[in-house]
Design a binder for this molecule. Structure first.
Ligand SMILES: NC(=O)c1ccc[n+]([C@@H]2O[C@H](COP(=O)([O-])OP(=O)(O)OC[C@H]3O[C@@H](n4cnc5c(N)ncnc54)[C@H](OP(=O)(O)O)[C@@H]3O)[C@@H](O)[C@H]2O)c1
Length: 342
């Protein structure tokens, strides 16, 4: 058995990790932690449906976590991990960080978009971007995994096969993406459901969303040249789920059936990527509460665009599901261990 702890258990992704890890046959939950100044609580008082686990939520205690854990999930807002990672890595504990803190390789870019100086710079070079399907080999031996953001996961998985096959010109890429409200964390979701639900709207339009540098960094690594994206996120009146629609300029004449075959070939050994047949479009409902990414294709012949649709659960493949998939890879388990009955 491997021993796993979660820091940030009261948040959306912390809860989702608990759901997955508590049913995982090779994982023992070593500890569940809140803020350093919080009181000890029974897990059942916070999450009544987990009464059977008989666990406590404890205040953050890095010495205890280092002693008890093989791996730690950081389900915290950006910058909260800075004082934590060094202590855990030095103790030989593997880390999967769900925040953006180790995703952006250039510290100046991080500072510009996140408005805070990076104060754990020495660990940045070794952090592996945890997009499981594309970085499998590096994830296997990583000590520190930067789990990708939800929008980047849905978009990069949808773009990778087109990039590999030189099918499109990414210089004019546009993306519209819709997210369930849990994508913004518990507090924003509470505000939304109290004051706004049901509503759908764009937000952070005009190139201001923090996932832009992450998507551009990884897309540029795929194509080998600097890519700039036009990205508009929206919230939709659902608690969870995400759908990205990506508009790409085709470089050559090709049929939808040929593109679907290319995508199937690219992901042929991947358990969590479903490529839909021609004529079918991705559906958020089919991926909710799963770690799947459902990708579909359409060609707009009038404008010579390849449209790629990518559906994930933002808390599943977009966060905790992918984090658990990465943990499976690190421990040499089957990628889908504990993830098919989420
Ligand atoms: N939600 C998603 O769909 C999603 C997807 C991908 C990645 N992520 C990333 O995953 C991380 C967690 O997201 P989430 O949606 O779970 O957020 P959340 O629901 O807001 O939960 C945040 C957790 O962090 C704790 N926390 C907040 N500020 C802290 C601080 N300064 N020090 C220590 N603990 C602190 C909170 O504790 P209290 O309850 O005490 O405030 C809570 O347990 C974020 O970095 C987010 O960007 C989220």
């Amino acid at each position: 058995m491997f021993k796993a702890s979660i820091i940030g258990i009261s948040g959306y992704t912390g809860e989702e990790l608990l759901k997955i890890l508590s049913k995982h046959k090779y994982i023992e939950i070593a500890g569940l932690y809140g803020r350093a100044d919080s009181a000890v609580r029974d897990l059942k008082d916070f999450y009544p449906s987990y009464a059977g686990l008989n666990l406590k939520i404890k205040p953050l205690d890095l010495a205890e976590i280092s002693k008890l854990s093989d791996i730690v999930f950081l389900a915290l807002p950006h910058s909260a991990s800075f004082p934590i990672v060094g202590r855990l890595l030095d103790a030989g504990v593997k880390i999967i960080d769900l925040s953006a803190d180790f995703r952006i390789k250039n510290a100046d870019v991080y500072e510009k978009w996140y408005g805070i100086k990076h104060s754990a710079l020495q660990y940045l070079p070794e952090a592996v971007y945890g997009l499981s399907e594309l970085n499998f080999e590096k994830i296997k031996t990583a000590r520190l995994i930067a789990n990708p953001g939800c929008y980047p996961t849905s978009i990069l998985l949808a773009c990778a096969p087109a990039s590999k096959n030189f099918l499109v010109d990414f210089s004019d890429i546009a993306i519209d993406a819709q997210s369930g409200i849990s994508g913004a964390g518990r507090k924003a979701a509470k505000d939304y459901f109290e004051n706004e639900h049901p509503n759908a709207r764009a937000y952070k339009a005009g190139g201001t969303h923090r996932h832009i540098p992450e998507i551009e960094q990884e897309l540029s690594a795929m194509t080998g040249k600097k890519e700039t994206i036009s990205f508009t996120p929206h919230i939709i009146p659902m608690e969870r789920g995400m759908l990205s629609t990506i508009y790409l300029n085709l470089k050559k004449k090709i049929s939808e059936a040929q593109v679907v075959e290319m995508y199937k070939e690219f992901y042929k050994s991947q358990p969590f990527i479903k490529i839909l047949e021609v004529g079918k479009l991705s559906n958020v409902k089919s991926v909710i509460n799963t770690n799947f990414c459902e990708i579909s294709i359409k060609i707009d012949e009038r404008t010579n665009k390849l449209l790629v649709f990518s559906a994930i659960d933002n808390l599943g493949k977009g966060a905790a599901g992918q984090a658990a998939q990465n943990m499976n890879i690190v421990f040499g388990l089957k990628q889908d261990e504990g993830l098919l009955t989420q």
